[in-house]
Design a protein around this ligand. Structure first.
Ligand code: GUN
Length: 280
């Protein structure tokens, strides 16, 4: 039987509709949620992401401010900007779009963001809080993954979850969020032995590798939930996830499409985190 498709676009739209009245209520109390996005340089993909974030804010009634710095900007200039946004009480969320141009070390920049405004959840304080199960802001993409699984009704407690990919932005925090929901979690990566065999034992398989169609149908347990975090541009210009979608959908119980799965959820979680920051 073919897998049920978990429609991230529809769920994202539903959640965004639900945010609007909460944002309106806050505005009536005199607080207008505001997200500042900092873009350094002119990486084309980053420009598209930043534009999409701005549009999404506008649609739900969040103020969005874009701060652009040239690729030649110094670390000091960027830190000065972050510090001025930290001090500005009308700013609730600060996001520095990654990757930063070569020559700027992202670590001191992310460390400089006030943890109470760190809607990405990348500050070490927020990473640590996530580790102990008390996140101020759950990181957006992994939070989106969890919401998709919960919405689809995939049982999490006691499930064998395998996360493939150990990045700080997706793999590691996704593993922690699944663990918090009482899944038994394995965090796999490029050096994992018998990756295919491990994946085949997963009730929940999260692919966050960054290689197009890496997860093939023989790696999927019949009936498993397969969540595809990858967005890869193919030489022909088309998009492909980390999962070989059509064949895997013949084996899985649930699957997320690319595009239209995790992607729309990431920005939606950012909107939620910005509202959360403003509510506090
Ligand atoms: N670049 C790619 N994904 C992200 C993200 O989630 N947050 C930031 N700040 N930059 C990114």
């Amino acid at each position: 039987m073919a897998a049920r498709i978990i429609d991230g676009k529809a769920l994202a739209a539903e959640i965004r509709e639900g945010l609007k009245p909460r944002i309106d209520a806050l505005r009536l109390k005199g607080v207008h949620p505001c997200l500042c996005v900092i873009l350094v340089g002119d990486d084309p993909a980053s420009r598209v992401y930043v534009r999409n974030k701005g549009k999404a804010c506008q649609e739900v009634g969040i103020l969005s401010r874009e701060h652009r710095l040239p690729a030649s900007a110094s670390q000091g200039e960027l830190l000065t900007l972050v510090e001025s946004l930290n001090r500005d009480p009308s700013v609730h969320g600060i996001l520095v779009q990654l990757p930063l141009p070569k020559g700027i070390d992202p670590k001191p920049v992310l460390d400089a963001i006030d943890p109470a405004k760190d809607v990405d959840g990348f500050h070490p304080v927020n990473v640590g809080r996530l580790m102990i199960g008390e996140p101020l802001f759950p990181p957006c993409t992994p939070a989106g993954v969890l919401r998709l699984l919960e919405h689809a009704g995939v049982p999490l407690a006691g499930a064998n979850a395998v996360v493939v990919g150990r990045s700080n932005i997706v793999g590691k925090p996704a593993a922690l969020l699944l663990l918090q929901k009482d899944a038994t979690v394995t965090l796999a990566h490029s050096r994992t032995r018998d990756l295919a065999g491990l994946c085949r034992r997963a009730d929940i398989l999260v692919a966050a590798i960054g290689k197009p169609r890496f997860i093939t149908a023989d790696m999927v347990r019949p009936g498993a939930a397969v969540i595809d975090v990858g967005i890869n541009r193919l030489p022909d210009g088309k998009l492909a996830g980390d999962v070989d979608e059509a064949p895997c959908a013949q084996v899985a119980g649930w699957i997320t499409p690319v595009p239209g799965g995790v992607g729309p959820m990431t920005i939606t979680m950012l909107l939620e985190n910005t509202l959360l920051a403003a509510s506090r």
